[in-house]
Ligand binder design. Structure first.
Ligand code: SF4
Length: 491
């Protein structure tokens, strides 16, 4: 058996961008480093795939020993089918130089059915194409497939006791779409094979395809001619417009034509940058600051989410609170700090989170958060989770105010904010001496993954150190708010 030329994933990569496929095969060294967040997503996908095997228990696993032994996996799959095995995991097939490894192949009374597992919550066009290349390879390998389905997560499932995998997963046939797509597969395969035989990479410029349907892992290489701060960073500018400017050879703000259709907010970003000017609306800031009631509570939540719910009464991918930091500023200037970080002993933290939050907050004073929709949404979830605390939690919700507002409304804008009103941009612009850079955990995604790994028993580092890092990160989030308000008060 010849070594395969394309796999299911390289076929999909080639459909997104032929240059990405070429680089993947011939210039692997140009690839971006896998981030910790991407690695966590892959690990989650693997875990979901293994769990879905229980939908058809007792199968034989044909996974190759290593990424280089797919031919052995193809032969093993063939042997198992001939032997009469009725459930095969990671069934591998090769046809016309294309290798496809299917998550689950099952022999039902009416014939073979294929199941591909995805850890997302719906079926996308890319998944249908992914199923089509599998269908093409499997059917042409001599298997009479009766159906092909995507198995995905049902985000309406609420855990109640042990995981009910029949409720957790939704099995959705995609055969109808696949039969339409499969007609074009031979021609697409042949085109991609030609691309791979070329001496040079295809000439393809950057475009919206670089991040759709997936973020391309050669972006660092292809986008290296784009300045660190460019038209691609104009706030809320649609992707098509960014590439319209790019195609007009406009990369720097100074080259944007004066009549280009940007909105007022976007022009403010551009002009403040070009003139190195701050924009400060003193009356609006004064009114915001004077409207705050002491003691001012600066509050920030951290959450985590898993594909497979961990606690009863929670859904797949539901964001669950596990940590908060609270600075309380009294009218006399005194500031105190309180914090909560859930245990990772397998118990549901939500009740202890609610109890400590209610006891840590004073009975009066505003509760200042950064991006009110997030904390309000989590508090509303908690009222549903614990109706006995609903009235008190609603009391907290009624006291919420948003420190993001003066920046979102551009009452205060400086060029250092680079068009963003995220606290990660606002803080260095207003309080440059306070930075996340020296922290071991310096952004919410890492905090969330760290806690999720600890609760799932998958964390490999020093747990005590990680807990200290989480506390330090969240504390800085609310200290940052204290310092930002100080600057606004100074205005
Ligand atoms: S970054 Fe864009 S142009 Fe470059 S290989 Fe990836 S998709 Fe293609």
């Amino acid at each position: 058996m010849q070594k395969h030329i394309l796999s299911k994933s390289t076929f999909i990569k080639g459909q997104q961008c032929e240059k990405a496929l070429y680089y993947h095969k011939h210039h692997w060294e140009l690839r971006d480093q896998l981030s910790a967040a991407q690695a966590a997503i892959f690990a989650q996908g693997t875990a979901v795939g293994e769990l879905a095997q229980q939908l058809f228990a007792g199968g034989v696993d044909c996974s190759p020993e290593s990424a280089y032994e797919f031919r052995a996996a193809v032969l093993r799959t063939k042997e198992e089918i001939e032997k009469g095995t009725e459930v095969i995991y990671e069934a591998a097939f090769q046809f016309d130089g294309v290798l496809a490894a299917l998550d689950i192949l099952v022999k039902h009374p009416d014939g073979w059915r294929a199941y591909e597992v995805k850890s997302s919550t719906s079926v996308s066009k890319t998944y249908e194409l992914d199923a089509a290349i599998q269908y093409y390879t499997i059917v042409n390998s001599g298997i009479d497939l009766k159906d092909i389905s995507i198995v995905h997560i049902n985000n309406q499932y609420v855990k109640d006791g042990p995981i009910d995998i029949n409720q957790l997963f939704t099995v959705q046939s995609v055969k109808e779409s696949v039969l339409k797509l499969v007609k074009d597969i031979p021609q697409k395969v042949s085109k991609l094979k030609q691309v791979l035989e070329q001496k040079e990479a295809p000439v393809i410029d950057i475009g919206p395809h670089c991040s759709s349907p997936y973020q391309c892992d050669f972006s660092g290489h292809c986008w290296r001619h784009i300045p660190a701060y460019s038209v691609f960073d104009i706030s809320d500018l649609r992707t098509m417009k960014k590439f319209d400017l790019y195609q007009k050879k406009v990369l720097h703000f100074k080259d944007i034509p004066a009549d280009y259709p940007l909105n007022a907010r976007q022009w403010k970003q551009v002009n403040c940058e070009l003139q190195n000017e701050k924009h400060i609306n003193k009356p609006a800031i004064r009114s915001f600051v004077n409207g705050l009631n002491y003691p001012i509570h600066y509050l920030d939540f951290e959450t985590f989410a898993t594909a497979v719910p961990v606690f009863d009464g929670s859904r797949p991918y539901q964001q669950l609170v596990f940590q908060y930091s609270l600075h309380i500023e009294h009218e006399n200037g005194e500031i105190e700090h309180k914090a909560y970080l859930a245990q990772t002993d397998g118990s549901d933290p939500r009740i202890s989170f609610i109890q400590q939050l209610l006891s840590d907050c004073e009975d009066q004073g505003d509760i200042l958060v950064y991006n009110i929709g997030f904390e309000r949404g989590k508090l509303e979830d908690l009222t549903k989770y614990s109706p006995g605390h609903a009235r008190q939690i609603q009391g907290l919700i009624n006291r919420l105010k948003d420190l993001m507002l003066p920046f979102q409304q551009q009452y205060f804008y400086t060029p250092e904010m680079k068009g963003s009103y995220s606290i990660k941009y606002v803080l260095p612009a207003l309080v440059p001496e306070l930075s996340y850079q020296n922290l071991n955990i310096s952004e919410g995604g890492t905090a969330s993954n760290t806690f999720a790994q600890m609760i799932l028993g998958e964390f490999c580092g020093n747990v005590d150190q990680a807990r200290e890092d989480l506390l330090a990160y969240c504390q800085l989030d609310t200290l940052a708010m204290v310092k930002i308000l100080e600057v606004l008060k100074g205005v």
